[in-house]
Design a protein around this ligand. Sequence first.
Ligand SMILES: [Mg+2]
Length: 403
Amino acid sequence: MAQRWIIHADLDAFFASVEERLDPSLKGKPIIVGGGPGRRGVVASASYPARVYGVKSAMPTAQALRLCPQAILLPGNPHEYGRVSQKVIDLLLDYTPLVEQLSIDEAFLDVTGCQRLWGPPEEMAKTIQQRIRQELSLSSSLGVGTNKLIAKTACGQNKPGGLTLVPSSQEAAFLAPLPVEKLWGVGEAILPKLAAWGVRTIGDLTRIDIALLQREFGIVGQGLYLHGRGIDPSPVVPEVPAKSIGHEHTFEEDLEDPGEVERRLLALVEKVGRKLRFHGARGRTITLRLRTPDFVTITRSRTVAQPMAADQEIYQQARKLLHRHWRPGMKARLVGVSVSNLDYPLAKQLTLLDRPLDRLSQTLDWIREHYGEEAIRRGSLMSLPKIERLQDAEVLKGENHKE
Ligand SMILES: [Mg+2]
């Protein structure tokens, strides 16, 4: 088989850079795109002049403004971010149909076998970076490697504006000196254990026996073993439209409190909503699945006139279904929610909805994509047992799109 070559392209300070495109007088100034400095506003993106002061994405806006009081705070412009993001994807598609979009500002390209057309992968990456700069006035960082893991890690090494190539057969040597937390799959949950074993770098990790990794971390341990050595066979997968999008969860203990079921339902709806928006899809039919401890599964649907993609709308319908079919004394072993009857009017805009109303969902999506599932939770999911506090999210929404 021919040597695989993967490029990872990541736009630098994307939201802030799009704001600079819209208003060039912002160039070179500290910009923060994010929610208002009220208690729950967070930074979605910061320009590099703001980052100098320690401002980071996902940081509370109030804290960011303390670090950099002169920063210009902007509420964000999701529609424009989506439009520009699609232009970048269209540009990437000039080189290969194998483009996998990872989030609004990141994508993998499988350019294996493209050399005859476009030259060596590094040249190709250079051309792409120049075109993004010249045609779209955006700075990007690119990583080139023999697999996705290496391309993405390489990309993160020289930001902003970098281009990093890891030659074939240098994968393990490239990773070895990097801090272990830079490795895909190493999260907060396993860091303490690795630290206890004296694992600081990815190179240290490769000295840990696979049996021990598996015993300690299960399937994740296998992944760590391979990733630590720079091995990642996963393919670049272009998106294909789905017929329905859903999530379900089996609980460790059966739930009997309908309030608790509601709470789990909201968490599932958020996952479904995020996926819908990522695919630029909306759906008119919502289906709720409930399984009782004796494995009876109840599946109930309702179809609405207006297609839905916002968490709030989907949740309202799901909750109605739950209340209609929940009986006193009932217990739930599994809850699932899915949206079907999909159309893709927004596919060209990727994650973004026409309506500014959904900026909160957008921002949450973006932060989760960048920082993982646990990076941020809606106020109502933090610790409150009941879902009646959904207005918390609405408060943030109001804050977010005050223009
Ligand atoms: Mg980026």
